[in-house]
Design a protein around this ligand. Sequence first.
Ligand code: PGA
Length: 255
Amino acid sequence: MEVIVKETYEEVSRLAAELIADVIRRKPKAVLGLATGSTPLGTYKELIRLHQEEGLDFSRVNTFNLDEYVGLAHDHPQSYHCFMWENLFKHLNVNPRNVHIPDGTAKDIPGFCRWYEEQIVKSGGLDVQLLGIGGNGHIAFNEPGSSLGSRTRVKTLDERTRQDNARFFRNMNEVPRYAITMGIGTIMDARQLVLLANGSGKADAITRTCEGPITAIVPATIVQLHPKATIIVDKPASVKLTREYPAEPSVLVLA
Ligand code: PGA
């Protein structure tokens, strides 16, 4: 696990976008695992710039999103479908057929979750999974206490998560109570993980993720077991870390 501390959110975003772009350049049919929330917005802005100004080609890329609220239609402004099209996909040359986002309106949710897992496997598996982290240490909507081996399924949202996300809804009653989320086992199957955090509100969760023991109470701690995980944080999110971390990924150059 590599922990990188950048001065600013913009630098976090640029490095994350560069890691993803590198995967796409090496493998034009790359399978990307994508995330929603405030954290990845800068990364998406930079990926859009790389596409529009430097010709980064998404035409053969496949994408799988981590999660979606149960009960929100695709065109609901707070649905993650809307979020992804508005903030990323509509600005790229992705093939809509290659875009996968859990369907919060599925009639048979367990059946849908099995299908989603199968599609990830059929596509060849996730080459890189982008992750944010909740203030409570969740990844995707795998809330504290989630099985560390879990697969895609429906989860009840933690009260803290609902409060964190209430800013996007008119009142607490409108904040969904359930979500479909990739499981922790699904995420851990990705070949590479890139976990981002910015702001002091993430400092506790980041310290536990980077330096604490692995525990289902802080689901993000599982990334310590991943063979290729990069955690990129800005200064405010790093303030409680007790060790020194570099500002750049280490590059091994073999003679
Ligand atoms: P945020 O959410 O990016 O909006 O802070 C992250 C998360 O809950 O995973």
